[in-house]
Design a protein around this ligand. Structure first.
Ligand code: FES
Length: 286
């Protein structure tokens, strides 16, 4: 049996939509758009935070599990400390994951809900494991640890599916090459001061905005979850994504406000004989 069939089946479970919506509302209220959500998203880091944090509880719990297997009784205090460290680090990990999950939809949201549920079971099992170890009941502590490890493994598998198969947390522009040479994308009269203008740059959607005598341009598909930036407002040299409110500078594509962690690819734009021309900035520099 191929492992991917399990998460693929979950993608089609429409009955998960109702609990997903209910939990999503709670998460949205607990983590509204703003500095706290940006902190959990990794906007300050320039990288999604959740995938980095997951290494901590997984690493601590896996290490405890290994000590239980090969370390013998002498390693019981160390294993107990590792279980505790896993519990402590699981809390910010869960918070960042829940915040990211609230911005997903459809099959991603269903898989994400089960991913979170599996990891919640893992956390509860390791809390029980820790309590038993503290009371001196090592055998029960180890048994709960095994249950926690199994749940965390299932949760980890679903987390991998979310990233690798569904692209959650992946830069939505990563496969957009954009034209290396100047490309005619329309008449200059179509670019009106301060108004977002969508152009097709060889199959890549690009947002062009007139800024006085010059034109500025960035990739139109939002790096966060692919929102259409040309449908968002342009103000103060920035564009706001209509989906989750990330704000990007038009000058260089940098993130002014999250939840996006990655900047928009920058394009160069110019006017030639009444026509707009664009080319990919980074490739042009090469
Ligand atoms: S798609 Fe989420 S902020 Fe743009």
């Amino acid at each position: 049996m191929r492992l991917r069939r399990f998460p693929e089946a979950i993608e089609g479970f429409a009955f998960l939509d109702s609990p997903s919506d209910a939990v999503s509302k709670v998460v949205g209220r607990a983590v509204p758009a703003g500095p706290f959500k940006d902190a959990l998203s990794g906007t300050w880091l320039g990288h999604a935070l959740h995938p980095l944090l997951t290494d901590l509880p997984i690493g601590f719990w896996t290490s405890a599990w290994m000590l239980d297997i090969v370390g013998g009784k002498r390693s019981a205090p160390a294993a107990q400390k590792l279980v505790a460290l896993g519990i402590v680090t699981a809390i910010p990990t869960a918070a960042s994951g829940a915040s990211d999950w609230a911005d997903t939809a459809g099959g991603e949201k269903r898989v994400g809900l089960v991913h979170g549920a599996a990891n919640s079971v893992a956390l509860a099992a390791f809390v029980a494991s820790y309590l038993h170890r503290r009371r001196g009941n090592r055998a029960k502590g180890i048994a709960w640890g095994w249950l926690g490890a199994a749940a965390a493994t299932a949760g980890g598998h679903l987390g991998g599916h979310l990233i690798e198969a569904l692209g959650v947390g992946v830069d939505n522009t990563v496969f957009e090459a954009g034209p290396q040479d100047w490309l005619d994308v329309g008449a200059t009269t179509e670019a009106v001061e301060g108004s977002p203008h969508l152009v097709d740059a060889g199959g890549v959607p690009v947002l062009v905005v007139r800024d006085g005598l010059r034109l500025v341009a960035v990739a139109d598909r939002c790096t966060h979850r692919g929102g259409p930036l040309h449908e968002g407002p342009v103000e103060g040299g920035c564009v706001t994504c209509p989906w989750h409110g990330s704000v990007f500078r038009l000058e260089d594509g940098e993130v002014e406000r999250g939840p996006a962690a990655l900047p928009q690819p920058k394009y160069e734009a110019r006017e030639r004989d009444g026509r707009i021309e664009v080319r990919r900035f980074a490739l042009a520099q090469g």
